[in-house]
Write a protein that binds this ligand. Structure first.
Ligand code: HEM
Length: 534
């Protein structure tokens, strides 16, 4: 730290003070003194203690010069999305560091370093950062998705694997998935108006996915999209997404002295979370507990929750962990898969030649009578390539779920300070023109031609350019369900309907909208359906 005050330091402190005055004024419109006091204190602190380049002399990764207190936050803003970070990588290199207030963000943008983070040094970088809001939504890591790497995570992942993430589970439940998908096709066939004018297909697919996941979890089903339990579940989950994914609370996370001003926001999060968990508990978990108690040893373990409750009974996990398994499935499984379906369908509508090829493949391989099922998906490589191409071009989690190093670590010859948030720009790995031919084109053929053999895998031989589910210890265990479910939906819809834009529309708008780490289609597409007679 240097003590000499230069004109540059004074200039920077004035600019920062103005910014701070503006922020505090908008936070406290009715209090005249706070917007004056905080910038004044800040200016003094800055000039007395922190002037100079905070990055100087360290072996941390390159990055823009950080200023005290705010770091790079005022330069880079809140929306550090995959495209913006790819542009920064062009300037600062495949690993760079941003200081966001007290937080360090390390961005990895090349396959070799991604291999280091996710695979070779998977243990060192295998934790998750949380923030003030995620601490609330996970009860400080009582869950699996956002917990630290360690014994608790290992136990939770093991307990969740048996009832959710094995081939046996896929075999057990795929007839049920197919039944739910057949119901979607039947509903669309019966809806003349939607066929002609189009409809937001997402709504029907959302009901289907909730039914698939709730049947797997609880052996419970929603009767329709007006079922009060369905309305409550979707509302609770979308409120949770809104509060957790918003950029609104960054200031309190990055600059701890501002945290008291987040009190209202955090109260809203706590209130929502307690009502939401009570909803899961009262309507689902307790019912399963009661069912198991009444049926005693005679009953077979029927759904995932029965296995989870068995683990609770054996003392492996607490009742809080049980409810957080439910919460994690609600967060991780449903929207991600739904977003992928929305992208896939929008692209298929915008590329009629792709749609015809999917239909032709199904007709050639399965004929008219045999429906697309999980067990025959492997015979439909073009359909699978469509799913992969969708996830390449539109990754629902483009920066993966952030990783974190519990201890100081080395990466690419640099020192990564302990507790840094590490994001792998998986979208850029899959869309970098130096690694892919014309990556901006939706062209499933690439996975059958020049990229043959490139698969989204969680283990085995992995191509680190294509990681929509991550890879290694913290990779997505849900890949085993998500890939067939998306493939089945696209296959069944295309087999039964010609999917077209609604009248008067040329192309479906595929612009994107992101949150803290999710990416979805900005406007839910309206799609029209021309039934194809069997
Ligand atoms: C197309 C749909 C999906 C996509 C694109 C997706 C993507 C991802 C990604 C990128 C991660 C983080 C990987 C990392 O940090 O390295 C993740 C983690 C996770 N996903 Fe998925 N996912 C999908 C569907 C599902 C489904 C259906 C489930 C459950 C039924 C699920 C459960 C999880 C869980 C539990 C984790 C946390 C793993 C851990 O921290 O150990 N996901 N997912």
């Amino acid at each position: 730290m240097k003590m000499a005050i230069s004109t540059k330091d004074v200039g920077i402190s004035i600019l920062l003070s103005i910014a701070l005055a503006w922020i505090t004024k908008s936070l406290f419109p009715s209090q005249p003194f706070i917007p004056l006091l905080i910038p004044l204190l800040f200016t003094l602190t800055y000039l007395m203690f922190f002037s100079g380049n905070a990055n100087a002399g360290s072996n941390t990764p390159p990055g823009p010069t950080a200023i005290p207190v705010f770091g790079n936050w005022l330069q880079v803003g809140n929306d550090l999305n995959h495209r913006f970070l790819a542009r920064m990588a062009a300037k600062y290199g495949p690993v760079f560091l941003l200081r966001l207030g007290v937080r360090n963000l390390v961005v990895v943008s090349d396959p070799r370093l991604a291999t280091e983070v996710l695979h070779t040094q998977g243990v060192e970088f295998g934790s998750r950062p949380r923030n003030v809001v995620f601490d609330i939504f996970t009860a400080n890591g009582q869950d699996m998705v956002f917990t630290e790497y360690g014994e608790h995570w290992r136990r939770m992942r093991r307990i969740m694997t048996l009832p959710f993430f094995t081939n046996k589970v896929v075999q057990q439940y795929s007839p049920m998935w197919e039944e739910e998908m057949a119901a979607v096709v039947d509903d669309l066939r019966a809806d003349r108006r939607a066929q002609q004018e189009g409809m937001v297909l997402r709504r029907r697919l959302q009901l289907m996915l909730y039914n698939i996941m709730y049947r797997m979890m609880f052996d419970a089903r929603f009767s329709s999209d007006t079922d009060p339990l369905f309305l409550a579940a979707t509302k609770f989950n979308s409120e949770r997404s809104r509060l957790a994914q918003s950029f609104e609370y960054n200031y309190g996370d990055f600059i701890p002295i501002l945290r008291p001003f987040l009190r209202g926001y955090l109260h809203e999060c706590r209130d929502l979370q307690s009502r939401r968990l009570a909803f899961f508990n009262n309507n689902y978990v307790e019912k399963r507990r009661k069912y198991l108690a009444e049926n005693g040893g005679r009953s077979k373990l029927r759904c995932a929750m029965d296995h989870v409750l068995e683990a609770e009974k054996n003392g492996e996990i607490s009742s809080e962990n049980v409810i957080y398994i439910v919460e994690n499935i609600n967060v991780a499984a449903i929207e991600t898969t739904l977003w992928s379906m929305e992208w896939a369908i929008a692209e298929v509508v915008n590329h009629p030649e792709v749609q015809s090829k999917i239909r032709k493949e199904i007709d050639d391989v399965l004929g008219d009578a045999e429906p697309v099922t999980e067990s025959n998906l492997h015979k439909l490589p073009y359909l699978q390539a469509v799913v992969k191409e969708t996830l390449r071009l539109h990754s629902p989690i483009p920066l993966l779920v952030p990783h974190m190093n519990l201890e100081e670590a080395k990466l690419g010859g640099y020192t990564i300070p302990k507790g840094s948030k590490i994001v792998v720009n998986a979208w850029w790995l899959a869309n970098n023109p130096e690694l892919w031919n014309n990556p901006e084109e939706f062209r499933p053929e690439r996975f059958l031609e020049e990229e043959q053999g490139v698969d989204a895998l969680v283990g085995g031989k992995v191509d680190f350019r294509f990681l929509p589910f991550g890879v290694g210890r913290r990779s997505c265990p849900g890949i085993i369900l998500a890939l067939p479910i998306v493939g089945l939906v696209v296959g069944r819809l295309v087999k039964n309907f010609e999917l077209v834009p609604p009248p008067g529309v040329d192309k479906i708008d595929v612009s994107e909208k992101g949150g803290q780490f999710s990416l979805h289609i900005a406007k839910h597409s309206v799609i029209a359906f021309r039934p194809i007679s069997a």
